[in-house]
Design a protein around this ligand. Structure first.
Ligand code: PHE
Length: 441
């Protein structure tokens, strides 16, 4: 049934050909689990907010932005090219041609930059704080497994300085950088930082001097390193390692349309590099789009993924648990405390394979994997743990392509009956035929 309009957080949007958001996804737009003080995501958010805002509150906190935003806010204003893959319907939930569910918290950067007093001529502004933190739920069409969910959480940070004619801003940034460096040095837990990224292939913007780039990026990097240290040393402590423990992080080169240069920070945890956060020095175009005057301002921004970190800290084995209503989950956590989650019970999963020939009439011979995932998600919701392509081949004689996907049905909270699983599987199969014209095998 195609609806004529959809409603998100009390606003109504007429549908269009672009609409691909589904009811189960819309139902998550009101949950705001990151605002719950004793939800793992909420606990992590508060720890980071508190750390960045000490000793003086430099960051205004925005935690109430709603997920429906314009294509302009999410992509255009940040300099995404028209053909950027992030814009495609296979990756993004569109409400219609002009609105979508934000794919990242960067969608609100412009508004927050604008709100800082003294930067937009003729506009009074809303806050004296030269920085901001935005936490919110973000939406992406993606695969289905233990670490992917169509909704996850990010915290965006931004910080600006006004240039002063005598270089006064440089002295201010420097003083703050030295404070951050001292805090890192004074901590009993040492952070080992690897940073071999140069400006080669990751160039600075012309309007910034080398000294500004150096100071601004040190401020950004030391701020994020302090956050990582704060979060992971709590984890180490909860594991019984109080000191003498070293934590390794590294900076790697990155690219984002609205920052230059850009970096990502990764932490070494249990023998793996875990990607934590994209960041960079804000492109002046973005500041100009926010109404700033040219050549007056320098600044940085970052976007931190909260779910993976929370899964690691609280030892949560499946990302779906963040969305459960089961009190056996929620009763385990309390404000301000990072503790290990105790699985209340692991209900066995049931594996079902679906194999099919792709249609040969030429109209459609590729199914985007995210579209297949969406079908399973629509049918089974949180009762599906994982969907994996396990086989695909092309018959050399006929040229027909066959694919086989393995679906693991498993509930977080209860046992599923065989009958129930069969019904879900039948529905998945029927939908594949109906929407994609595949021939089931
Ligand atoms: N929005 C980016 C992402 O989702 C992260 C980012 C934020 C990068 C701010 C640079 C600056 O990956």
């Amino acid at each position: 049934v195609q609806l004529k309009s959809i409603s998100v957080n009390g606003n109504t949007y007429p549908v269009s050909d672009k609409t691909n958001v589904t009811e189960p996804i819309l139902n998550l737009t009101d949950r705001a689990v990151y605002l719950k003080p004793s939800h793992p995501i909420g606990i992590l958010r508060s720890v980071i907010e508190r750390k960045l805002n000490e000793p003086h509150e430099a960051f205004e906190i925005y935690n109430e932005f709603k997920p429906a935003v314009t294509v302009h806010e999410n992509f255009d204003s940040l300099g995404f090219p028209d053909d950027h893959p992030g814009r495609s319907k296979s990756d993004t939930y569109y409400l219609n041609d002009s609105h979508l569910l934000r794919t990242h918290t960067s969608a609100h950067e412009l508004e927050c930059f604008k709100n800082i007093k003294g930067f937009v001529p003729g506009y009074e502004g809303k806050t004296d704080k030269p920085g901001f933190l935005i936490s919110a739920d973000v939406y992406r069409r993606d695969e289905i497994d233990r670490t992917h969910y169509p909704v996850f959480h990010q915290m965006e940070g931004g910080r600006v300085w006004k240039r002063e004619p005598n270089g006064g801003h440089l002295a201010k940034i420097k003083e703050d950088v030295e404070r951050l460096e001292k805090a890192l040095a004074d901590d009993p837990v040492k952070l080992l930082v690897e940073d071999n990224v140069t400006l080669e292939g990751n160039p600075k913007q012309d309007y910034m001097t080398l000294e500004e780039v150096d100071l601004c990026s040190r401020h950004l990097k030391r701020s994020l390193e302090l956050v990582v240290l704060e979060v992971f040393k709590r984890k180490l402590a909860s594991m019984g390692n109080v000191k003498g423990e070293e934590l390794k992080v590294r900076w790697i080169q990155a690219y984002f349309p609205w920052t230059a240069p850009s970096w990502e920070i990764e932490v070494f945890w249990q023998n793996d590099w875990l990607e934590l956060c994209g960041s960079g020095l804000v492109r002046e175009e973005v500041l100009l789009n926010a109404g700033y005057e040219s050549n007056q301002t320098i600044g940085w921004a970052f976007g931190l993924g909260l779910d993976r970190i929370a899964m690691l800290l609280f030892e949560i084995p499946d990302i779906r648990l963040f969305w459960t209503l089961d009190d056996r989950f929620h009763s385990q956590f309390k404000e301000g405390t990072i503790n290990k989650f105790k699985p209340y019970s692991k209900y066995p999963g049931t594996i079902r394979d679906v194999a099919f020939w792709l249609p040969t009439d030429g109209t459609l011979n590729i199914i985007h994997e995210n579209d297949l995932m969406e079908i399973v998600r629509n049918v089974a919701g949180d009762l599906v743990e994982c969907v994996k392509l396990i086989d695909s081949f092309t018959n050399p004689k006929t040229g027909r392509k066959s694919m086989c996907y393995r679906i693991n049905y498993q509930s977080m909270d209860r046992n599923l009956t065989n009958e129930e699983v069969n019904q879900l599987q039948d529905k998945v199969r029927d939908t594949l035929v109906k929407l994609f014209g595949v021939e089931l095998r």
